[in-house]
Design a protein around this ligand. Structure first.
Ligand code: FAD
Length: 399
């Protein structure tokens, strides 16, 4: 059993690794216990908006990001059936100038890998693999985490960064009650050279249509196109990315959509599907010396592209709170919750609202897409909707 002066993080996802890096940078001792036998991420893309890159830059990751990121020039909207295109908003120079740090598009494995490298450069043995958290027991002056292989570790405090199906959340607060949204997400990657040049562009594209939504954007220096789509369907209710679908099933979900959408679908190497669930906000995230972060406490629908970014912000703030109040973890966690709860609850709520506007049956009408673009998707409207998110500076919050 090791020393009780350290922080134990359960889960080495984007959130857990960010928290570990932020804590190590502040001179705190951290160990991260990950259930997977190998440190890797699902093959998919992730967008990190300016509020997230602000944190990653503060953690010294600017150069590592530059080696793998795509800086898109802009975002465009296309009509699901005709392919008509509208410019949506600038994601390049204007965004960088306005918010100070860029909006980047990444392969999840690249982001995960650079976070893991940074953690290991500060503490080579910080990440322990093949460790599935089974139980947690607390004493007045320490916490013990037991893993399925029988090993037990003792820590000053524990952070549950173990994602949407969090064991730590379940141990603290019992089982959750997710509600199915009636919507399924598809994900897949396509090597860029398999796409026609007019699709293989360095920009983000959203396709507006009825009962579904498609977006695609380049990742890994532009070598791969990331595809995500959402479709109303109620025959699939498994919330997990390990489930593979087929290209035919995916194509069938987007029957009648423009051939550019199908050109991508045809070339996806392995399509994965995920049933989208919602959960109500939790009244609290912490119990004594144990707290939660990221998807473990505020899982969100992806309609604002902020779940991972919120985990990154959480990790930074959590480390700052622990640095200030290390001798009193309950106080550190209370301050962390005060800082983070309202912002993350707003993200969860607005993502849910966006799901309703992302696709409505009215968009089947050919003219209605143009009306919708003019009303909701112009640069100024988008700025009004997103300013509070992108301008936020988690690195400057008073602890
Ligand atoms: C379709 C889709 C698109 C998205 N796009 C974006 C986007 O563009 N931008 C964005 O910011 N977010 C996006 N998100 C959200 C983002 O993926 C998540 O919010 C983010 O991955 C949460 O990170 P996390 O570290 O909290 O959890 P996770 O990434 O789920 O990591 C949890 C880790 O804990 C480990 N673990 C689980 N249980 C245990 C256990 N008992 N013991 C030990 N280890 C355990 C897991 O193996 C995993 O490594 C998207 C989500 C979806 C579904």
């Amino acid at each position: 059993m090791a020393s009780a002066d350290k922080i134990v993080i359960v889960g080495a996802g984007i959130g857990g690794l960010t928290a570990a890096l932020a804590a190590l940078k502040r001179g705190l001792d951290v160990e991260v216990y990950e259930q997977a036998a190998e440190l890797k991420e699902v093959g998919a893309g992730i967008q990190i908006s300016s509020n997230g890159t602000r944190v990653l830059y503060a953690l010294g990751l600017e150069e590592a990001l530059k080696r793998v990121q795509v800086l898109p020039s802009k975002r465009q909207i296309r009509h699901w059936a005709t392919g008509e295109t509208w410019n949506w908003f600038d994601l390049g120079a204007v965004t960088q100038q306005r918010y100070g740090t860029p909006h980047v598009m990444l392969h999840r494995g690249d982001l995960h890998g650079l976070l893991a490298d940074a953690v290991r450069s500060l503490k080579p043995d910080a990440v322990r693999l093949g460790k599935h958290c089974a139980t947690i027991s607390t004493a007045p002056d320490h916490v013990e985490v037991r893993f399925e292989d029988g090993e037990t570790v003792r820590a000053a405090c524990v952070i549950g960064a173990d994602g949407i199906h969090s064991k730590v959340r379940q141990l603290l607060f019992g089982a959750d009650k997710p509600e199915f949204t009636g919507c399924v997400a598809w994900r897949g990657l396509v090597p860029m050279e398999k796409l026609p040049p007019h699709i293989a562009q360095m920009l983000g594209t959203n396709w507006l249509g009825p009962s579904g939504h498609v977006l695609h954007y380049p990742v890994r220096r532009g070598e791969i196109m990331n595809f995500i789509s959402f479709v109303e369907r109620d025959d699939w209710q498994v919330e997990s990315w390990v489930t593979q679908g087929t290209n035919d099933e995916l194509a069938n979900d987007f029957r009648g959509w423009h051939d550019d959408v199908h050109a991508i679908i045809r070339n996806i190497e392995t399509p994965y599907k995920w049933a989208m669930m919602v959960r109500g906000p939790m009244p609290r995230w912490s119990e004594g010396r144990v707290t939660l972060m990221g998807d473990a406490c505020h899982p969100t629908l992806p309609f604002l592209g902020q779940g991972g970014v919120m985990a990154v912000e959480d990790g930074y703030v959590l480390a700052a709170c622990l640095k200030k109040y290390f001798a009193d973890p309950a106080r550190a966690f209370a301050r962390y919750e005060d800082i983070r709860r309202e912002r993350t609850a707003t993200v969860v709520r607005k993502s849910h609202e966006n799901r309703r506007s992302a696709f409505s049956p009215a968009l089947a009408d050919r003219g209605q897409v143009a009306v919708e673009v003019a009303r909701e998707w112009q640069q100024e409207r988008v700025r009004e909707r997103m300013e509070w998110l992108y301008a936020y500076d988690a690195t400057a919050v008073e602890i």
